[in-house]
Design a protein around this ligand. Structure first.
Ligand SMILES: Nc1ncnc2c1ncn2[C@@H]1O[C@H](COP(=O)(O)OP(=O)(O)O)[C@@H](O)[C@H]1O
Ligand SMILES: O=C(CO)[C@@H](O)[C@H](O)COP(=O)(O)O
Length: 485
């Protein structure tokens, strides 16, 4: 049996799956935690990858490997290939003022014109998450570090480079999906926009990773974990999940990791000047319009803290309260927010009464608030041309029975919860098998997402009315927050 490995270097942890290259059957897996925080030394990702590989029984017998990773993080390297400072992650909002400045500058001082120009140029309007804003932050706040930047890459690019034991900056590689989250690469033309990089950093004489095509190989491994294995191109985590899930027409993925993400595969690029939908590329040569919130499943963690319960009890409590939690509504901007772009926002509870001041109502309001933010995202994905047949629910938050039961009520569509799996790592493993086999299409593995629990939405008049009621109460509470901002 030929084995391939897929890695998901995500915000909170590193997961590795080892699968049969021909059928995709799972052979073994492993994981290790990442440190907390919104800036992280990339060496910690490498250490976690080494630990996850050991947990998965090693990589000696693996013929190919690829890495999927959290998007957008800025890994700045000096001329010797050393990391200059801890990577600023996608959920670090320090560069919010820089995002505002960059948008205005491209519009000659007019933010609306600037937003249109960015969306036309790179498919998205930069917010603090995007790499280009972190480069501007570096130039503004740490000019001595900015002056040392000889190359800039993304988390999955850096790990791929390390797996290959590469030393030269010229050996850095990336893929369409991840580079589309930098805001200095255009999904439409497939070219870097060095002028936009220069706008952020003040110069453009830095090495940028070579953008490989879907199914290409980045080389072979040469490190303490593995030698001589083919290295697949890798992907941003959301594109990796789309490939792992085999996302098809009418499928929308809803991911509840640290981020909350709604995404769909599209055949043409998206350019949304409102900034709500990011027009990324996918890992197969197509596109991945995506809405991302900063407040995914950590809302569940916060609910557990507030109520002093574990995940299981939180789910029981949430299912004890009625839909709509008798008017108790959480607007879940606990980490600030990215969609809508409110980096300084905080969360708020609305509609508290003596009747709904119970643990069960509170648990329900937290779950519903988190899901309502994603339902807003789904509306935007629909507005940009996807007709959802079903939502496929993945990420750590999908383990919650309450989330699984309440998601169809809030989203108003059927929800497929695939068998527990690591779909980002699965997508990366499929890329590894693709690089090994060659050809224009990824290997046709047994349908990884096909088996699972389908939770039907109640599309009766009563069911639709419930969805409408929950969402309109949320919309009213959210308006209060927007008015205050
Ligand atoms: N049993 C569970 N019930 C609900 N949520 C869970 C459960 N187990 C893990 N989680 C959630 O999963 C999150 C981690 O999800 P994951 O997709 O691995 O995140 P990331 O991709 O951002 O690293 C945790 O923050 C936690 O909220
Ligand atoms: O910023 C985005 C997408 O634009 C996030 O989806 C990150 O890619 C992190 O993902 P998780 O680690 O939360 O899954």
């Amino acid at each position: 049996m030929t084995l391939v490995a897929g890695v998901d270097s995500s915000t909170q942890s590193c997961k590795i799956v080892i699968r049969d290259a021909t059928t995709g059957a799972l052979v073994r897996e492993g994981r290790a935690s990442h440190p907390d925080g919104t800036t992280v030394d990339p060496e910690a990702w490498w250490d976690a990858l080494v630990a996850a590989a050991a947990d998965a029984g090693g990589l000696d017998d693996v013929a190919a490997i690829a890495v999927g990773g959290q998007q957008h993080g800025m890994v700045a390297l000096d001329a010797d290939g050393h990391v200059i400072r801890p990577a600023m992650l996608w959920n670090d909002t320090s560069s919010a003022p820089d995002a505002r400045d960059l948008v205005a500058e491209l519009g000659d001082g007019d933010p609306e014109r600037g937003a249109r120009a960015w969306a036309d140029a790179v498919g998205a309007v930069p917010v603090a998450s995007f790499t280009v804003t972190k480069l501007r932050w570096l130039a503004r706040v740490e000019p001595e570090n900015a002056a040392r930047v000889a190359a800039v890459c993304l988390p999955h690019d850096w790990l791929t480079w390390r797996l290959r034991g590469a030393r030269s900056l010229e050996d850095l590689t990336t893929d369409r999906s991840d580079v589309s989250g930098t805001s200095y690469w255009s999904p439409t033309t497939g070219e870097y926009r060095r002028d936009l990089l220069a706008l952020a950093l003040g110069r453009d004489d830095v090495v940028l990773p070579r953008v490989l095509g879907a199914g290409e190989s980045a080389g072979t491994t040469d490190c303490e974990l593995t030698r001589g294995a083919v290295v697949g191109v890798g992907a941003g985590d959301n594109a990796g999940a789309a490939l792992g899930l085999g996302l098809g027409e009418g499928d929308v993925s809803v991911s509840l990791g640290t981020s909350g993400v709604v995404a769909a595969v599209a055949t043409s690029p998206t350019s949304d000047a409102s900034g709500l939908v990011a027009g990324f590329a996918d890992a197969t040569g197509r596109f991945l319009p995506l809405v991302c919130t900063l407040n995914g499943s950590r809302i569940l963690d916060a609910a557990c803290n507030v109520l002093g319960v574990d995940y299981d009890r939180l789910a029981e409590l949430a299912l004890e309260a009625p839909a709509g939690a008798d008017g108790l509504v959480l607007v879940p901007y606990l980490e600030g927010e990215r969609t809508p772009n409110l980096p300084d926002a905080s969360g708020s509870l609305h509609g508290l009464t003596l009747a709904n001041a119970t643990s069960a109502h509170m648990a329900r309001a937290f779950v519903e608030g988190m899901l309502c933010a994603l339902a807003d995202g789904l509306d935007e994905i629909v507005r940009h041309g996807t007709t959802p047949r079903r939502a496929i629910l993945v990420g750590g938050g999908a383990k919650s029975p309450a989330v699984r039961a309440i998601a169809p009520v809030v989203l108003g569509v059927d929800v497929l919860v695939p068998l527990a799996g690591e779909y980002v790592a699965d997508g990366a493993a499929r890329q590894a098998a693709w690089a090994l086999a060659g050809g224009g299409e990824p290997p046709a593995w047994d349908d990884l997402a096909g088996a699972g629990e389908l939770v039907r939405a109640d599309l009766s008049a009563e069911g639709r009315a419930t969805t409408k009621r929950v969402r309109s109460r949320y919309a009213a509470a959210r308006r209060h927050v927007l008015d205050r901002a």
